[in-house]
Design a protein around this ligand. Structure first.
Ligand code: JFZ
Length: 436
């Protein structure tokens, strides 16, 4: 009976994108966090997001019916808890190799990796003391998160965890707090979350990012003290950790705005730290055997998004959804590789930069690091002259970057003269040195 009730609740779950338009915006903080850990997070600029869990098993298709977001299949496919409980057995991770994942992330150019430790289905991707709805129920190695965390750090990247507040499985989770009993249960659930976060901190080694999600149900959203308290707790157990806004009930950005989900800011330089997260196909984060939307974004589009973020002071967290056996599908592996090949030569235009607003009739993305300004062109200009307004000082020299080399460009005042054909296919970078 109880499971029937929960089944109904899940069936009615609202897809968050429908809610996004109406969600309130927190007040702009007067100062941005500026300590070393926060600066490192900003300098990283580019991360890999991984959505992996037992929802990867049905791969977006249940009883012949195809859903949109694969990780929402329990709700969207109206799968009963009994049927859903069969998925962990097929979550084999038999081809999972933490070192290979970390190498692939590094090769893509990522400076940090964030993985789903618990998504909305409540399934824990580790062996938790506080629930048996976890890897105990699957043949996968129980320490796979630890393996990944270590491998990621061994490659010199930062490791972060995604954790969903919304939980379709935990008996104490509540959508609404209609009675004292509900409130008591939900507060037990908050203790459960805290215990699990502490468990992750104690077992996984240094965690640099807490990426929360699933804050939109009334129980959490209408009681902002829960989020404020949880944030305080996280900072205690994991000093320095960078926390996204979704830990809070829309009343604070915490350390950064993670609301740029599958979209990028248009004209403004956002006034708070921010990160956009992005899927490679449309509308699915978890592994989908037949993804929604019109195919896969090209490497050029993904790079364009990354540079656009950097030029507006934002981070870019690019997602993959591995298969239940731990394979990274071909479509994703190819894109990761192509993006990384470009980043290997032109990453200077991204890492450690700040965005800046320049005026020109030519389209490019501008970033700045010390006395260098980088202009990244995704379309080669129609004429050979690029005039730039708004530079902080005069141009001392300019070069067109070409696979780790540079060829000097002729400069006339604030105009640079480009060759007829560019060296690179995906995007071309001009580095300008400013006069001191
Ligand atoms: C959430 C999840 O529901 C989804 O499965 C995925 O994990 C994604 C990264 O996060 O989806 C959201 C959450 C918030 C918004 C949109 C989608 N939002 O604020 O616009």
């Amino acid at each position: 009976m109880k499971s029937l009730v929960r089944f109904t609740l899940v069936g009615l779950a609202i897809v968050p994108s429908l809610l996004a338009a109406q969600t309130p915006k927190p007040p702009i903080p007067t100062a941005r966090r500026e300590d070393a850990a926060m600066n490192k997070w900003r300098e990283n600029r580019f991360g890999l997001f991984i959505h992996w869990g037992v929802y990867s098993v049905p791969g977006g298709i249940w009883n012949g019916k195809r859903v949109g977001a694969a990780e929402w299949i329990q709700a969207q496919g109206k799968i009963s808890p009994i049927d859903y409980a069969k998925f962990p057995a097929d979550f084999t991770a038999k081809n999972f190799n933490a070192k290979n994942w970390a190498k692939a992330a590094k090769q893509m150019g990522a400076k940090y990796v964030v993985i789903t430790t618990k998504h909305h289905d409540g399934f824990c991707l580790w062996d938790s003391k506080y629930t048996d709805w976890d890897l105990q129920k699957s043949p996968a190695p129980k320490d796979l998160l630890k393996q990944l965390a270590d491998a990621v750090r061994a490659e010199g990247m930062d490791f972060g965890v995604y954790y969903s507040i919304l939980d379709w499985h935990h008996p104490d989770y509540r959508t609404n707090l209609k009675s004292d009993a509900d409130r008591k249960a939900f507060e037990r659930y908050i203790v459960y979350m805290k215990s699990q976060l502490k468990e992750l901190v104690d077992t996984l080694g240094p965690i640099k990012v807490f990426w929360f999600d699933g804050r939109w149900e009334p129980s959490y959203k209408e009681n902002p003290t829960y989020g404020a308290d949880l944030e305080k707790y996280c900072r205690q157990i994991c000093p320095g950790v960078v926390i996204n806004d979704r830990i809070r009930a829309y009343d604070s950005y915490a350390d950064y705005d993670s609301g740029y989900e599958r979209k990028l800011p248009e004209n403004e330089l956002p006034p708070v730290n921010w990160e956009a997260c992005m899927t490679m196909p449309e509308g699915t984060w978890g592994y989908h055997s037949d993804p929604p939307g019109n195919g896969w974004k090209t490497p050029q589009t993904l790079l364009n998004m990354l540079l656009k973020c950097a030029s507006k002071n934002g981070n870019f967290l690019l997602n993959i959804g591995p298969k239940p056996d731990g394979t990274i599908r071909k479509e994703e592996a190819e894109r990761m590789k192509a993006v990384g090949e470009w980043m290997r030569f032109y990453g200077n235009a991204v890492y450690g930069t700040q965005g800046l607003v320049l005026k020109s009739t030519t389209k490019f993305y501008a970033t700045r690091k010390k006395d260098s300004i980088y202009l990244t062109f995704f379309e080669w200009p129609e004429t050979d002259r690029v005039t730039i307004e708004g530079l902080p000082s005069n141009i001392a020299s300019a070069q067109l970057l070409d696979h780790g080399k540079g060829s000097g460009l002729k400069v006339e005042g604030n105009t640079i003269i480009l060759p007829m054909t560019p060296p690179e296919k995906l995007a071309n970078v001009v580095e300008i040195k400013l006069k001191q």
